[in-house]
Design a protein around this ligand. Structure first.
Ligand SMILES: Cc1ncc(COP(=O)(O)O)c(C=O)c1O
Length: 481
């Protein structure tokens, strides 16, 4: 071992520093456990103090001594385990996914190729094929794990473009301007994908959504006709199953019908809502998803798997071979399984399948169904509190566990309602330890709750609405109106 390195710089493969490493791992595990086991007593979103110095030291340090600054960073982090952390689609992780992630980090294999991850390059396709079949995509289906839903959407739309426009080799040169159609409520990553694919942001045609935040099939057909009249070439339509602000689900069957009659690729962005496939009671909401050509589904959201863990699923995996694959000559092409780096946008990639597999093995389908049901129960309770208050309005009737609402007090002029809701959001966090996010939706500020945390109770929800009542008594005075 090089002399200037600390003795515990690596875990000695012959076991010479095992005792020392063992005490470090135990100290770190204890620190994590102490923090997570008391997460309900830390704020959901802490105030930031100065962070530990980030300058890189000239000389090696003592790892045990670094646990103290590590602790400071931990306690200044977003705290999704807090029962009041309901602002975003970011859950606390399951224990199994945390352990799986730890093991994957320790193995440090590479999903680029079979020889660099012999076990995980087999596990991932098996798991993806099983999940794709749960969505009803059929026997030729499968998928890939990717680092986030944005990349999943990009990979799906890249394959769609290559296949529908036959442009794997020549690109878009000389093509009629291609466009993608997506709801005005679709995630911004669709526009990013269009930008990367050479279509520009205007290459996504926004289709109007109805009052429930769902894409209007009639509006879709009108847009398609308008595109054709304008000399554009629509090649894909993106439906969303769980929009980011209101959790709305587009009418998948109707959209598929149009996709088929206009020869479009049918992509479903179910980054959030795909989890409903695990709930026998709620999966009906995804009716028509089995007809998708590709699906984005993020287990890092409603399956509570540590980040990042997102997937892109295809109805036919040969599409990836024929319309995407770039083989890597530096890889062993005698591999009995596909080198995943050749069919994925990403090359080197973390072994995310391990944590997903372990989480699924641990909770099973029934465990996830129970988690999903619990959050629907909380959602109904929250909607009741909103319905009982005349100044609170729902953006849409929730189709999932997202509740998007705003306060519209008569004591204030309408022009002040955005400011009032921003004020409420801040006060609820300060006085009630509840973190709601504050999205813009249809040009107005709304309060958004994502009821993912299984430790959030109806009692918590009751307390938050009592606080909203208390804060609402002084509406106007607080805003200086
Ligand atoms: C519907 C939808 N699609 C895609 C994404 C993008 O996912 P990521 O942030 O993992 O890239 C999100 C993120 O919230 C989303 O809500």
């Amino acid at each position: 071992m090089v002399l200037s390195l600390p003795e515990n710089a690596f875990i000695d493969p012959s076991g010479h520093n095992q005792a020392q490493i063992s005490s470090l791992l135990k100290a770190t595990a204890d620190q994590i456990l102490d923090y997570l086991s008391s997460a309900a007593t830390h704020p959901p979103l802490p105030e930031l103090d100065p962070l530990p110095l980030a300058t890189i030291p000239d000389q090696p340090g003592d790892l045990a001594e670094l646990l103290a600054p590590l602790q400071r960073i931990m306690t200044q982090s977003m705290n999704p385990a807090h029962p009041g952390y309901i602002g975003h689609m970011d859950p606390l992780p399951t224990t199994a996914s945390l352990l799986g992630d730890w093991v994957a980090a320790a193995l440090n294999n590479n999903m680029l190729s079979v020889e660099m991850s012999p076990a995980l390059s087999r596990l991932e396709p098996q798991l993806m094929a099983e999940i794709a079949q749960m969505f009803g995509l059929g026997e030729r289906s499968g998928g890939l794990l990717v680092s986030g839903g944005s990349l999943a959407n990009l990979q799906a739309l890249t394959v769609a473009r290559n296949l529908k426009l036959n442009c794997l080799d020549q690109g878009l040169i000389g093509q009629v301007p291609p466009v993608i159609l997506a709801s005005e409520m679709a995630h911004t990553s669709i526009q990013k994908a269009a930008m990367v694919l050479g279509l520009g942001r205007q290459g996504v045609i926004p289709v109007a959504a109805d009052a429930q935040g769902q894409m209007h099939p009639e509006a879709l057909e009108n847009c398609l006709q308008a595109c054709l009249r304008a000399g554009q070439r629509p090649f894909a339509v993106v439906a969303t199953a769980g929009t980011t602000v209101t959790g709305s689900i587009d009418p998948l069957l109707a959209i598929h019908r149009l996709a088929r009659s206009y020869n479009l690729w049918f992509h479903v962005d179910a980054a959030y809502g795909g989890a409903l496939i695990f709930s026998p009671d709620q999966s009906y909401r995804l009716e028509g998803i089995h007809l998708a050509d590709s699906i984005t589904f993020n287990p890092q959201k409603w399956l509570y798997v540590t980040k990042t863990c997102a997937s892109v699923l295809f109805r036919d995996m040969t599409w990836l071979q024929d319309h995407f694959r770039i083989s890597a000559p530096y890889m062993n092409d005698l591999a009995d399984w596909t080198n995943l780096g050749e069919i994925a946008l990403q090359g080197t990639r973390h072994g995310d399948s391990l944590k997903l597999w372990l989480a699924l093995q641990h909770l099973g389908k029934a465990g996830y169904a129970a988690l999903i049901e619990t959050s629907y129960d909380l959602t109904r309770s929250m909607v009741d509190y909103i319905d009982q208050r005349s100044h609170l309005t729902l953006a849409c009737t929730p189709a999932m566990n997202l509740v998007c609402f705003r306060s519209c007090p008569r004591a204030l002029p309408e022009s002040q309602w955005d400011r009032w809701n921003s004020h409420l959001q801040k006060e609820l966090l300060k006085a009630g330890q509840v973190f709601l996010s504050l999205p813009w939706w249809r040009g107005q500020r709304w309060l958004k709750a994502v009821l993912l945390n299984p430790y959030t109770t109806k009692e918590h929800i009751g307390q938050w609405f009592e606080l909203i009542d208390t804060l609402s008594v002084s509406v106007g005075t607080d805003l200086g109106v």
